[in-house]
Design a protein around this ligand. Structure first.
Ligand SMILES: [Zn+2]
Length: 347
């Protein structure tokens, strides 16, 4: 019989951009209402490069979460030359700072401080390896000579394999993976896990480019082929502990996104869970969704499993779907390639 209820542990989002100021206040409710915790990215206009900045940012987020809502913002530090061994040791015992984020210089929004030579950080990787601190990686090279569709695979070949070789016990999360080759690579490594976004699971580069350009599907790393999308879906629905949800929800207002040179980033927090449920349902894999959304990430990050549960209900007609949110700087489009949404959280 067709399933009309889904009872699961409340999901976690292992990669989200909440920004700051008014945008933070506008997008945050979609994260704390839908997720039990989220790993908050540090690439603000002034990036979060040390513990004290992360603690301030945490407090700013915390004070906007209404009483009675159970939500943990897990924080990250942006890897730069300013980070010391001592700070990393402190991170290893920190209550809510859970990873160090490495951006290649210029790979995405606010990554100008990112790193260009990975050898400069070997002394820090050593401490992370010893103390069990997770390295979270935006895995793309940014060399303009490398084709935009090849940047993840070249990064793996030229950078990541070297880091793994030298630091075999360093725990790594390769963020927002995009291709069949990367799924295979992650499967072969003992200490590497990966986040997968809802948009890389649902759309491909043809959908983005072939019948007119769809700026709302433009993201970094860029969407790949249908073959790659299918491999990502197989990884997600497999239940394999190496793969878990990180939405990479990244709000940009319309004026910056729909422009002659538009920003990369997809705002997916509001509908990510119902879209995922529909996707797993189409693949007859609903019994694996709790692993992908609620268990695998926590296990890899070594966090205790919480006991909060949530129930989703399938309606016979599409629910009324949110299309965008409005801010004083413009609207932000909500990712929803399906149009119709049948699953919703039971209140
Ligand atoms: Zn991101």
């Amino acid at each position: 019989m067709e399933k009309i209820f889904l009872d699961i542990l409340r999901p976690d989002d292992w990669h989200v951009h909440l920004r700051e100021g008014e945008i933070l206040s506008s997008v945050l409710p979609f994260t704390y209402e839908n997720f039990r915790s989220a790993l908050i990215m540090p690439n603000l206009d002034a990036p979060i490069t040390n513990i004290s900045l992360a603690e301030n940012y945490y407090n700013e987020i915390r004070k906007q979460i209404p009483r009675g809502i159970e939500f943990t913002p897990n924080m990250t530090l942006y890897l730069t030359n300013d980070l010391s061994k001592n700070e990393i040791e402190k991170v290893s015992n920190h209550e809510y700072i859970k990873a160090i984020k490495m951006y290649p210089k210029g790979a995405t929004t606010n990554s100008d401080l990112g790193i260009s030579d990975f050898k400069d950080f070997h002394h820090l990787f050593e401490v992370m390896e010893e103390s069990g601190v997770i390295l979270s990686i935006h895995g793309e090279v940014t060399d303009e000579k490398v084709d935009v569709f090849e940047r993840e695979s070249v990064f793996i070949e030229e950078v990541l394999t070297k880091i793994i070789e030298q630091f075999p016990n360093l725990k790594i999360v390769l963020e927002h993976i995009t291709s069949a080759d990367t799924v295979k690579f992650v499967n072969e490594q003992s200490m590497v896990a990966a986040t997968i976004t809802i948009h890389h699971l649902m759309v491909n580069r043809n959908i983005m480019l072939s019948k007119g350009i769809r700026p709302d599907f433009y993201c970094a790393p860029i969407l790949k082929t249908e073959y790659d999308r299918r491999a990502l879906v197989q990884a997600a629905i497999s239940g394999n502990g190496k793969f878990f949800l990180g939405t990479d929800s990244a709000p940009h207002v319309a004026g910056k996104k729909i422009a002659s040179c538009g920003c990369a980033g997809i705002f997916s927090s509001p509908l990510a869970i119902p879209l995922l449920i529909q996707l797993f349902e189409e693949h007859s894999s609903l019994e694996k969704i709790e692993l992908f959304m609620s268990r695998n990430g926590r296990a890899f990050y070594g966090l205790r499993q919480h006991k909060d549960r949530v129930r989703y209900v399938k309606r016979s007609k599409s629910i009324e779907v949110i299309k965008d949110i409005k801010t004083s700087e413009g609207k932000i489009t909500v990712f929803n390639p399906n149009g119709e949404i049948y699953w919703e959280k039971e209140n």
